[in-house]
Design a protein around this ligand. Structure first.
Ligand SMILES: [Zn+2]
Length: 207
């Protein structure tokens, strides 16, 4: 990379880290970032067709097509999630649709709009089942796989919030079942949120 390119990329990287940090509250993972200015560099370091790649909880490889804040924050989200859950456990216990859906959500990827998703899925009729998304990732139909994952995680996060995400991470880290944690947290956090917002009315109603 030329010094100018390097300078530019460092700006992008710090913007991406801010985005991830704003979502999680902080960045706990420390990762090595390899940013390639040529395809040869990317391929020789193990890259294939994707724009970037996250390795466990410690390493990030970006192709020359992925030197932007969306791709960098997408991969940094994987690394942060894996770091918080534990790389080995997250590989076994976190379904890839959640991992990818969260990364698309946090990176504010502009390709995945509700309109585009509705068009791609025939108003949701052709949306894949969550458990089938894992095998679809990286094989085209990005809106169906990543888009459906993003939508599911986004809807969950609306109720769960950061507190719910922290609780999900803690439960999976401690060996809890992902699906039962995922399903129970949104309803618990959603209920406590509406309780908090109607707190004054409730107090008045108590005899
Ligand atoms: Zn990803």
């Amino acid at each position: 990379m030329s010094p100018g390119q390097r300078q530019e990329f460092l700006k992008i990287l710090s913007l991406s880290k801010e985005r991830v940090s704003a979502f999680f509250g902080s960045i706990e993972a420390s990762s090595k970032v390899f940013a390639c200015s040529t395809e040869e560099c990317f391929v020789s370091h193990g890259g294939v067709t994707a724009k970037g790649k996250a390795y466990g909880d410690s390493m990030l490889l970006l192709s020359p097509r992925g030197l932007d804040a969306v791709i960098a924050s997408h991969e940094l989200t994987h690394i942060e999630l894996h770091g918080r859950v534990g790389a080995f456990r997250s590989w076994r216990a976190m379904p890839s649709w959640f991992d990818e859906g969260l990364a698309v959500l946090v990176s504010e990827d502009p390709r995945y709009t509700e309109d585009a998703w509705l068009k791609a899925t025939d108003n949701g009729c052709n949306a894949p089942k969550l458990e089938n998304i894992g095998e679809m990732l990286g094989k085209g139909d990005w809106l169906l796989s990543y888009g459906t994952a993003r939508r599911e995680v986004g809807a969950w996060y609306l109720h769960a919030g950061r507190a719910g995400l922290e609780r999900l991470i803690a439960e999976v880290k401690n060996g809890g079942d992902f699906n039962s944690a995922f399903n129970s947290i949104a309803s618990i956090e959603g209920a406590s949120k509406s309780l908090r917002s109607s707190g004054t009315a409730q107090k008045r109603a108590v005899p």
